[in-house]
Design a protein around this ligand. Structure first.
Ligand SMILES: N[C@@H](CCC(=O)N[C@@H](CS)C(=O)NCC(=O)O)C(=O)O
Length: 196
């Protein structure tokens, strides 16, 4: 049985949504506490994440952390419902690229804006938030979902993040984003995440 180490209204919600879409049995272990942005809270010793963060996930003998790694592991292993291209299938490279883009580029760019950090062009490994908005807008203007016509884990990992970042004014809403977010959040898995 898969165990998801979870805390409501955090990044681990994306993994709840993904597990629901995959139709894989799982249990959630809600951690008592995590550190919060105001410096309060502390790590729960039952949480196997090396930094006490969520999500973490156990599946048999495997212990995983980092949302994108968890998403890739789950979508590779559990394929009753296909939520991402397998090795050798079309768009695998694009799938991996966007999965890495979420923690490597999208999140730091929008966090930079939220916490008013000065971007150092050419030095920071991500890109300025306006540039990230342009890239995402252009991609979603041409594609119903991240990988084209099929909903995939990318629409949870990046799309779900985009929804949150728009709500919290870290990313500017555009008509393209508005339509896209309405499309991806109109799903039972999203509702399940919101109740978790
Ligand atoms: N890069 C990690 C970030 C995980 C993360 O920072 N999660 C937050 C909750 S949204 C957390 O657990 N914070 C507590 C802490 O930083 O100790 C991922 O994508 O899984």
């Amino acid at each position: 049985m898969i165990t998801l180490y979870h805390r409501p209204q955090t990044r681990s919600g994306s993994i709840v949504w993904l597990l629901e879409e995959l139709q894989v049995p799982y249990e959630t272990h809600v951690v008592a506490s995590i550190r919060s942005a105001d410096g309060k809270g502390e790590r729960d010793s039952s949480n196997p994440h090396p930094h006490g963060k969520v999500p973490a996930l156990k599946d048999g003998d495997e212990t995983l952390f980092e949302s994108s790694a968890i998403a890739l592991y789950l979508t590779d292993k559990y394929r009753k419902v296909k939520m991402g291209p397998a090795v050798g299938e079309a768009k695998r490279g694009e799938y991996l690229s966007w999965l890495a883009y979420r923690p490597g580029v999208m999140e730091p760019a929008f966090m930079e804006r939220r916490f008013n950090i000065q971007h150092v062009y050419g030095a920071m490994g991500w890109a300025p938030p306006e540039e990230v908005e342009d890239v995402l807008n252009a991609h979603l203007a041409k594609n119903k979902y991240f990988l084209g016509n099929e909903f995939s884990a990318l629409d949870i990992m990046l799309g779900g993040g985009l929804n949150f970042m728009i709500l919290f004014k870290m990313c500017k809403e555009t008509p393209v984003f508005k339509d896209y977010v309405a499309r991806i959040t109109d799903r039972p898995g999203y509702a399940k995440m919101m109740q978790s």
